[in-house]
Design a protein around this ligand. Sequence first.
Ligand SMILES: NC(=O)c1ccc[n+]([C@@H]2O[C@H](COP(=O)([O-])OP(=O)(O)OC[C@H]3O[C@@H](n4cnc5c(N)ncnc54)[C@H](OP(=O)(O)O)[C@@H]3O)[C@@H](O)[C@H]2O)c1
Length: 271
Amino acid sequence: MPGLWWFSISVLVVFVAVLYQLENSPSVEPPRMANDFNTKEEDYKKLNKSCFILGATGETGQELLKEIIHRQLFSKITVIGRRKLPLEDEAYKDVVQEVVDFDKLDDSAAAFQGHDVGFCCLGTTKAKSGEAGFIRVDHDYVLKSAQLAKAGGCKHFNLESSKGADKGSSFLYLRVKGEVEAEVGELDFERYTIFRPAVLLCDRKESRPTEWMTRKVLAPIAYMFPSALSVPVKVLAKAMVNNVVLQSDQKAELLENKAIHMLGNMEKTKG
Ligand SMILES: NC(=O)c1ccc[n+]([C@@H]2O[C@H](COP(=O)([O-])OP(=O)(O)OC[C@H]3O[C@@H](n4cnc5c(N)ncnc54)[C@H](OP(=O)(O)O)[C@@H]3O)[C@@H](O)[C@H]2O)c1
């Protein structure tokens, strides 16, 4: 019995040490903190840029749209999806909605024309759509959308990918995410930002029991080690918007979970 006790304690100590390490590890690319953030944001607004959001009906996309509307950063906002969002609030009255058939995206090339910035928050799961369906959405739809956006003049493409994305992975999810990251990169956008969030913390409307259970387990861990294993979608949405405001001297940016937390919480530190 004491053996089991010591084993449990050891496992717990190792687990906490790993979390501590994850929480305190330097991000792959530390975000550029700016004391003059407010000025940068005001300057950005004056540029009258336009943007589109793919996946605005999803958990990240909805939060991103809310943040973009709240910040009034763009002069024109278009959401592109397979169905319309019920946008009844006055604040959303100027949002353009493009309903497209993702299996015939070439027919909707016009929807992708004339946007300066694109955000892609598309995605499904193998459990929901099967393996082929997952690849179709998370790879084919994402890549085709990026191609049409590039052809339509998009300068800055933002892709929501996932922690652990790796085109060499033996796990389908991580491999597909890694492949699509790389293939979108080959399109050579003037600026390309990949976000690799860990588990998304949100009140998901759709029933996903495994994810629900994971979130429950992660809640106390997130309290002590906020950026180790998860990220609230609100923080991710803020990070996506803040990163647009901050200029980058890098053509391609890879923002891991820790960097997302830092960027998403920038308002607390901005001057
Ligand atoms: N869940 C996590 O913990 C987690 C962690 C890291 C990264 N990610 C990645 O982050 C991204 C966004 O995740 P999320 O949870 O915010 O997304 P979500 O809530 O599942 O929403 C996904 C979006 O993609 C659209 N979509 C799904 N299947 C489609 C199809 N067959 N045709 C057209 N559109 C389709 C949805 O449209 P409808 O509303 O019409 O279905 C929705 O707008 C995904 O790529 C996901 O893999 C997720």
